[in-house]
Design a protein around this ligand. Structure first.
Ligand SMILES: *[C@@H]1O[C@H](CO)[C@@H](O)[C@H](O)[C@H]1NC(C)=O
Ligand SMILES: *[C@@H]1O[C@H](CO)[C@@H](O)[C@H](O)[C@H]1NC(C)=O
Ligand SMILES: *[C@@H]1O[C@H](CO)[C@@H](O)[C@H](O)[C@H]1NC(C)=O
Length: 580
């Protein structure tokens, strides 16, 4: 997969349209940012691994050169990148520092006599991690603390040679393969370590800070913190590229799912042709909002792209545009979440909706055997008990009481059940609709009821387990989690409870506070619970990292010594033990 992806990257980047895009970057042609972003979207749709790898080489490495380097760097590095003389990688993230780039520990120490920087990885936490193209790339854009005369000027970006054109690593550079990247096997991620790797002074990308031959540091931005923000801001276009990739995946998934839903048939009115699955209410409810989101994202991210174009065109280069940075960072988070939930729904709803299908089959069968009316009334009977008492439950003092939470989930299930019966009865008996159509128009209601039912049963069983727990200490611990589970269920459905006046706005806010409080309160107990899962060491490490050899697994996930050991020392292993 990696070899194939590498060939695809080489092929793709040789296409005239892409060579032109890089040329436009070099020449800063008007609107070049927007245009490259759209190319990135299309590439990701064609093949995500190719899109990601091109992104690493051209957006991240190339972007660092273009946005952090001076004019000489752009000529020296971007031109040969376009001609595919070499490929690059982007080494910012460290084992101990993901988002907090300010805290990175890799060092670039200026050696005055040699006119060189010496790049070092001083400790394990400073290793560059999850670096894309690490197994192939020739040069890395490395973020490191710039140290002159023992004093750090903060993080700067340096071009560091990693391997020659034949793929041989340079002395002092160590690369560890992080192996399979699930879903993206064509992308090679690795860990980088540097041991006194020497680079010429000119390899510092010096738009925001330079070192003269006599070791003087100069920067157009005096304030250290402002300078650092300017550097990060310069990388904003690369961040927006991720949104375009996420959008590309959404569009691809939606195209497959919607076409399929319009052609595949399943279930239908008795003795007639089955209907297309797009006719099922739950199908449209799951797919259409994602499609609308994909459209909204398209327009919003293009808008952000034009703002970047204008900034770059006016030479402002993002230094002062914090609202634009906030917009791009927000879009990145929102679009990648939207992508994951969209593709998950696309997969699930083209695979057949098992629960609803089962329910439908069951009820259709029952309807053949018994008159609809008697079935519905029987059902209604079983659900109609003392509903009114539940309305008294929203006293402020009782929100933290398990009994209150149990009553609430019971109430929801019963109300949904009664409502459903009434709706179907009306449609079938009064309006003489056929049962299939009546059922279908209530599918959303039915799904809610199925879930409310499961919510009730799970909370009930949890409460029973708490009550029957033989050990007092364990019981107290389980009770907290049970309360948390019930609170989470109510919080999740709070809109429904508010609609039905089961919660007042005040109690609803109280539920939220309780949720936040409980989550915080159980965080240490969580260590006791997971150690009671008693998961063996071998299971924990190898499969999670997706790594075959135990040695490499240890490189990635060393034992969490501090917290777990500390916790063990203080409190004895819980007796709930293997039960979990
Ligand atoms: C979109 O979601 C899919 C499926 O979860 C995932 O494989 C892919 O990496 C995601 N893409 C982005 C850019 O987040
Ligand atoms: C919870 O509420 C029930 C009545 O709804 C009451 O009997 C019980 O004492 C309450 N428990 C606590 C701990 O307040
Ligand atoms: C935990 O698992 C190990 C085997 O991996 C087993 O020997 C041990 O008895 C288990 N501990 C408990 C408390 O069940």
């Amino acid at each position: 997969m990696r070899t194939l992806t590498f060939q695809r990257v080489t092929f793709t980047m040789g296409l005239p349209v892409l060579k032109r895009a890089i040329q436009e970057q070099v020449e800063k042609t008007r609107n070049f940012v927007s245009r490259s972003l759209v190319i990135g979207e299309v590439l990701s749709i064609a093949d995500m691994a190719t899109g990601v790898k091109c992104g690493v080489i051209y957006w991240l490495f190339g972007g660092a050169v273009r946005n952090l380097g001076g004019p000489a760097h752009i000529t020296q590095w971007l031109q040969p990148l376009q001609e595919q003389k070499y490929t690059g990688m982007f080494a910012m993230t460290e084992r101990g520092h993901g988002s907090n780039v300010r805290g990175i520990q890799t060092e670039a120490t200026f050696d005055f006599s040699a006119q060189e920087f010496v790049i070092d990885t001083p400790c394990k936490n400073a290793e560059k991690m999850y670096i894309g193209n690490a197994m192939y790339g020739n040069y890395a854009a490395v973020f490191a603390q710039l140290i002159i005369n023992g004093r750090s000027q903060g993080p700067h970006c340096f071009i560091v040679p990693v391997r020659d054109e034949n793929g041989r690593l340079y002395p002092g550079v160590t690369v560890v393969d992080m192996m399979h990247k699930e879903g993206l096997h064509g992308v090679d991620n690795g860990i980088l370590r540097f041991d006194s790797v020497r680079i010429p002074r000119e390899n510092l990308l010096d738009k925001f800070g330079s070192v003269s031959p006599d070791g003087q540091y100069h920067s157009p931005i005096k304030d250290k913190s402002a300078r650092f923000n300017a550097m990060l801001a310069a990388l904003t276009p690369s961040r927006l590229a991720v949104t375009f990739q996420a959008m590309g995946s959404m569009k691809l998934g939606l195209t497959i799912a919607i076409r399929y839903s319009h052609s595949r048939r399943q279930f239908g009115p008795k003795a007639r042709e089955e209907v297309k699955i797009i006719e099922h209410q739950t199908q449209t409810l799951r797919l259409m909002p994602h499609l609308a989101t994909a459209l909204a994202l398209t327009f919003a991210s293009r808008y952000a792209g034009t703002l970047l174009d204008e900034d770059v065109f006016r030479g402002k280069e993002l230094v002062n545009s914090r609202p634009l940075q906030a917009l791009v960072a927000g879009l990145k988070a929102f679009s990648t979440w939207a992508n994951v939930s969209c593709l998950q729904d696309c997969r699930e709803c083209t695979g057949g909706v098992v629960v609803v299908r089962e329910l439908l089959a069951q009820y259709t069968k029952q309807c053949e055997e018994r008159p609809v009316s008697s079935l519905l009334w029987n059902w209604a009977e079983s659900g109609s008990d003392r509903l009114r008492t539940s309305f008294l439950a929203f006293n402020m003092d009782t929100v933290g009481n398990l009994t209150f939470l149990l009553k609430a989930v019971h109430f929801r299930e019963r109300i949904l059940q009664r409502g459903l019966v009434a709706r179907i009865y009306y449609k079938v008996m009064t309006e003489k609709e056929d049962f299939f159509r009546a059922w279908n128009s209530c599918l959303h209601h039915i799904t809610c009821l199925s879930l409310a039912h499961i919510h009730r049963v799970t909370l009930e069983q949890f409460c029973l387990a708490v009550r029957n727990c033989p050990d007092q200490e364990d019981q107290a611990l389980l009770k907290k989690f049970c309360l948390l589970y019930g609170t989470k269920l109510m919080f999740q459905e709070r809109a429904w409870y508010l609609e039905h006046k089961y919660l007042t706005p005040m109690t609803s806010m109280r539920i939220r506070r309780q949720l936040l409080h409980l989550c915080d309160a159980v965080k240490d107990d969580a260590l006791r619970v997971i150690s009671a899962f008693n998961i063996s060491h071998a299971s924990l490490h190898a499969p999670i990292a997706g790594i075959a050899t135990p040695k490499a697994a240890w490189v990635l996930y060393p034992a969490p010594q501090h917290s777990l050991a500390g916790e063990r020392a203080r409190s004895p292993r819980p007796k709930l033990g293997a039960k979990l």
